[in-house]
Design a protein around this ligand. Structure first.
Ligand code: ATP
Ligand code: MG
Length: 255
């Protein structure tokens, strides 16, 4: 695909000498500035795929390309929000958020300012000097989000970033992410277990199946932007898409 920012080219990932297949033969592209959401049952290889895109692990076969170049290691301009937060426990909220910026070589004053801005954005103003263990899971996840956003990445890879926040906060963060996407135009890969979330945020939704993980279908989600989450949910096409994805996932879904 000509305008592919990220191209996953027949990639497979096997673990434990080939006895565990995380995913097999995945062919998927992410266009510049689009939000591609990935849904699929637990264990179908979503996190592993995201780690391959981020250059943290290499596929066993096939390739991942960003801007036409094979990904071999983590690269500047690509930020990851980890499923299990990935915070440094000995650093405060402010220091965790500033960490990525420091590594990136941002000047000191600017680092503190940017960290502050993104901590407020995710609703953690006042918690700058807390340590991760003093925060709830949802709050820690928001620190991970702030840390990724603060680096102003071109590509944002997000692994269930809102999974452990409460329903109200989740909707607020979804709106924030939509707003951010409007303002700053980033390419995003967003993993979620929520079909609703995938439809509210995504330009397309890739549906994966398990054992081995494969991409079953990639669905376009054609609600206009800027998007209003409640308008999307009220649209007749939303119900149609939701039912369709649900029926795709149903055979392997845990109920
Ligand atoms: N480092 C590893 N060593 C061995 N097996 C692994 C490793 N990482 C992942 N796997 C296996 O690969 C498969 C896919 O795991 P992965 O974490 O990518 O799934 P997932 O789709 O993100 O699941 P979830 O929705 O529960 O987060 C699983 O069978 C898992 O046990
Ligand atoms: Mg996962």
């Amino acid at each position: 695909m000509a305008d592919a920012k990220i191209l996953i080219d027949r990639a497979s990932k096997l673990f434990l000498e080939g006895t565990v297949v995380a995913f097999r033969n995945i062919e998927l592209s992410v266009r510049t500035n689009e939000i591609l959401c990935i849904v699929g049952p637990s264990g179908c290889g979503k996190t592993t795929l995201l780690r391959c895109i981020g250059g943290l692990v290499a596929p066993t076969s096939g390739r991942v390309l960003i801007d036409g170049a094979t990904v071999e290691r983590p690269r500047a301009g690509v930020a990851i929000v980890f499923q299990h937060f990935g915070l440094l426990p000995w650093k405060t909220v402010a220091a965790n958020v500033a960490f990525g910026l420091k590594v990136g070589g941002a000047p000191r004053g600017e680092t503190a300012e940017r960290a502050e801005h993104y901590i407020k954005l995710v609703g953690l103003g006042g918690f700058e000097n807390h340590y991760p263990y003093q925060l709830s899971g949802g709050m820690q996840q928001r620190v991970g989000l702030a840390r990724a956003l603060a680096t102003n990445p071109e590509i944002l890879l997000m692994d269930e970033p809102f999974a452990s926040v409460d329903a109200q906060t989740r909707e607020v963060l979804q709106e924030e992410l939509l707003g951010l996407h409007e303002r700053e135009r980033k390419t995003m890969v967003f993993i979620t277990h929520s079909i609703d979330e995938a439809l509210v945020l995504g330009d397309r939704v890739a549906v994966m199946s398990a054992h081995p993980g494969r991409v079953k279908e990639v669905l376009p989600v054609e609600f206009s932007r800027p998007r209003d989450a409640s308008a999307v949910r009220a649209d007749a096409r939303y119900a149609e898409l939701r039912n369709h994805i649900w029926s795709e996932l149903r055979p392997t879904a845990v109920v």
